[in-house]
Design a protein around this ligand. Structure first.
Ligand SMILES: [Ca+2]
Ligand SMILES: [Ca+2]
Ligand SMILES: [Ca+2]
Ligand SMILES: [Ca+2]
Length: 482
């Protein structure tokens, strides 16, 4: 448990490096150029892929931080096609030192797998190491102190990636089809359990009621939706990575049964996935936002037993990098529309909508010009029960304010209208759901942390009432709660 002195660490890693040196390949498979310069800023797509892959190994916080420290030091989190000697990629791995082929190393999924598996071993064998020492143990750099020195930057990037991974925000969830929304938690650890707690109208019932015992591992996007149209919400998980697999487990009213693959190539890599009924046939479909400079939006429609065929592009420029995409039926025609919160400062915190036609999303329209500023947490739901989805934003800071703007069918009305003045503190996860089944979406928050409580504040149609505790142990830190 004792920290290894830096000198010893260097000696150790030098020795490991010497052992690891193999005979270089006979021919250089591709040009390995010295980089003319390294970008000053990170590539958000690479950063999100690194986060998702590391989560898929259930890494602890130290190994996760070490991964981001190494990625920042080596490439500023960019997939560099160049580097020192034969170094390539986000972690500047060397094809002639046993890290894989150049093509493999230039795949950020593969490169992260290579880093993380070694880091897990280093951490296990040296429990006293700092995150930076774990990074050095893997990277064997000539500059061993650089990793710990960038801890603050690495932590910031890590938090940003975690936030981006959680975007789209999910949708309210009625797993037993009684008209009252329930709560779910995906543990996303090695057990990958899914627990549900059903609403009684005044509380969430049951503790540790497992509805599935292996669904959605870490780094996947866990979501919900009624994909077969039987009135009960099912669970959907997006694997991302290089497979783009989408799995579904249907609700039978008391469990999620027999997971099956419903699509083979959807929302890979750093794309953002969401579930909603964009065609208006009563079955929820899947939507992917590429969330990059191209900002394409793809849809695969539910047939009731799969998501059909190849994903179809429904919009070619919506929700660029850094924005917060979401789904909701904002005009009340029964088809879910796409929404993006630009999340800039107050001068650039717009809400843009593109309405579903049933076969595509129409032209983007600005529906609000001051909503969900900066790092606020926006959500979409029908809070006044008129059949049109509205927007809600949570500051989730010490003020814990909740603002809302209601849909008129052609815009969101209300600026800085506070619907609750103390709901969602830092570290908590806010959500909208019709917990009491009166047709109006209510506030739900998972406190996580040390208490793991679930609080609800019911909508009156014009405000949210007092908070009350609906469950006292549900949804732990690190779990995905919906
Ligand atoms: Ca229910
Ligand atoms: Ca269903
Ligand atoms: Ca609509
Ligand atoms: Ca409404």
């Amino acid at each position: 448990m004792r920290r290894t002195p830096p000198a010893m660490l260097v000696a150790l890693c030098t020795a490991v490096a010497a052992v690891a040196v193999g005979a270089p390949a006979a021919a250089v498979p591709m040009d390995t150029l010295a980089c003319p310069s390294v970008p000053a800023t990170h590539d958000p797509a690479v950063t999100l892929i690194v986060y998702r892959v590391a989560r898929s190994y259930n890494v602890n916080d130290k190994v996760m931080l070490s991964t981001f420290e190494a990625g920042w030091v080596e490439s500023h989190m960019n997939n560099l096609p160049c580097g020192d000697k034969s170094s390539l990629g986000v972690f500047q791995q060397r094809w002639d030192y046993g890290w894989g082929t150049p093509e493999q190393i230039m795949d950020p999924v593969y490169a992260t797998q290579q880093y993380v598996t070694r880091a897990i071993t280093c951490d296990r064998n040296n429990p006293g190491y700092t995150a930076g020492q774990v990074a050095q143990c893997v990277q064997r750099s000539g500059f061993p102190d650089r990793y710990d020195q960038v801890a603050a930057t690495a932590r910031t990037l890590l938090n940003q990636a975690a936030r981006t991974h959680g975007m789209a925000g999910g949708s309210s969830t009625d797993v037993n089809g009684d008209g009252r929304d329930d709560v779910l938690t995906f543990t996303q650890n090695t057990s990958a359990d899914v627990y549900a707690s059903t609403s009684t109208g005044t509380g969430f019932a049951g503790t540790s009621v497992k509805w599935n015992d292996f669904f959605s591992i870490g780094g996947e996007t866990a979501s919900t939706g009624d994909v077969n149209g039987d009135g009960r919400d099912d669970i959907v998980t997006f694997a991302h990575g290089n497979t783009g697999d989408v799995y579904v487990a249907l609700s039978n009213g008391s469990a999620f049964t027999s997971p099956g693959k419903w699509h083979e190539w959807f929302a890979p890599g750093a794309e953002i996935a969401a579930v909603g009924d964009v065609t208006g046939d009563g079955r929820d479909d899947i939507v992917a936002f590429t969330h990059n400079a191209t900002a394409d939006v793809y849809v695969a429609v539910s047939t009731g037993s799969s998501f059909a065929g190849t994903a179809v592009k429904w919009h070619d420029f919506f929700s660029v990098t850094g924005e917060f995409p979401a789904l909701g039926d904002v005009n009340g025609d029964g088809r879910d529309d796409i929404i993006t919160f630009t999340q800039g400062p107050a001068s650039a915190a717009d809400v843009i909508v593109a309405l579903s036609t049933g076969t595509s999303f129409g032209a983007p329209q600005k529906w609000h010009d001051l909503f969900a500023v900066g790092a606020e947490q926006p959500r979409v739901g029908d809070i006044n029960g008129d059949g049109r989805d509205d927007i809600v934003t949570f500051t989730c800071n010490a003020d814990a304010d909740v603002y809302a703007a209601t849909s008129t069918g052609t815009g969101f009305a209300g600026t800085t209208v506070k619907w609750h003045d103390f709901f969602c503190l830092p570290g908590e996860f806010p959500y909208l759901a019709d917990a009491d089944g009166d047709g109006k979406d209510d506030l739900v928050v998972f406190t996580k942390g040390t208490t793991n409580d679930v609080y609800v504040a019911l909508s009156t149609g014009t405000t949210f009432g007092a908070s009350s505790k609906w469950h006292d142990y549900f949804g732990l830190t690190g779990e995905v709660t919906l």
